[in-house]
Design a binder for this molecule. Structure first.
Ligand SMILES: Cc1cc2nc3c(=O)[nH]c(=O)nc-3n(C[C@H](O)[C@H](O)[C@H](O)COP(=O)(O)O)c2cc1C
Length: 161
């Protein structure tokens, strides 16, 4: 699948079969995050890949449906970098697209994660001064969601708004 196909196919997947994913594929997904654009090339990120079922079970307080994810990637950012949110977001999107390209389903889980940030940082041994931007559950998809998108015609403006 090429990049444009993966971008077109990507949708948030919240149902997984529960099958495991090879570590090599999880490495490829994190590698895609690592290679994202980043302000001043600061690369203020670290990625914690959780596959341990006991830890997945503790993280699922953010969203019950994560229980069947094969892995959860915690995106840890250094907020002393000026563009940490933008950089982290670029990394997350790269990982979602890479997951799709490899045939997996994933979801950007930020709204449900932030209320548990301090609790999750402790669980995952994340240093105090770092921020947990989001969790990204990844699994073998058990659904193929289609979601309405605003049309290209509606959002594309040539030359002037
Ligand atoms: C910043 C951000 C935060 C999000 N947080 C959550 C979340 O907490 N829980 C969730 O189920 N989905 C979350 N999502 C996924 C969105 O709900 C989803 O991207 C949106 O509905 C569009 O659907 P699509 O991803 O299938 O295109 C988040 C997405 C973004 C970009």
């Amino acid at each position: 699948m090429n990049a444009l196909e993966a971008i077109g196919k990507r949708r948030s997947v919240r149902k997984y079969t529960g099958e495991p994913i090879p570590g090599k594929d999880l490495e490829k997904i994190v590698d895609a995050g690592r290679l994202a654009a980043t302000g001043s090339n600061q690369q203020p990120w670290d990625f914690v890949v959780v596959t341990d079922r006991a830890m997945v079970a503790r993280l699922k307080v953010a969203a019950e449906w994560m229980e069947k994810a094969a892995a959860i990637i915690a995106v840890v950012m250094d907020p002393s970098s000026r563009w940490w949110i933008e950089d982290g977001s670029a990394a997350v999107e790269n990982m979602l697209i890479a997951s799709t390209a490899l045939g997996y389903g994933s979801c950007w889980l930020e709204g449900y994660t932030l209320p548990h940030e301090e609790e999750f940082k402790k669980l995952l041994d994340v240093p105090k001064e770092k921020r947990l931007l989001t969790l990204v559950p990844i699994g073998v998809p058990a659904e193929e969601p289609t979601r309405e998108k605003r049309s290209l015609q509606e959002v594309l403006h040539w030359e002037r708004y």
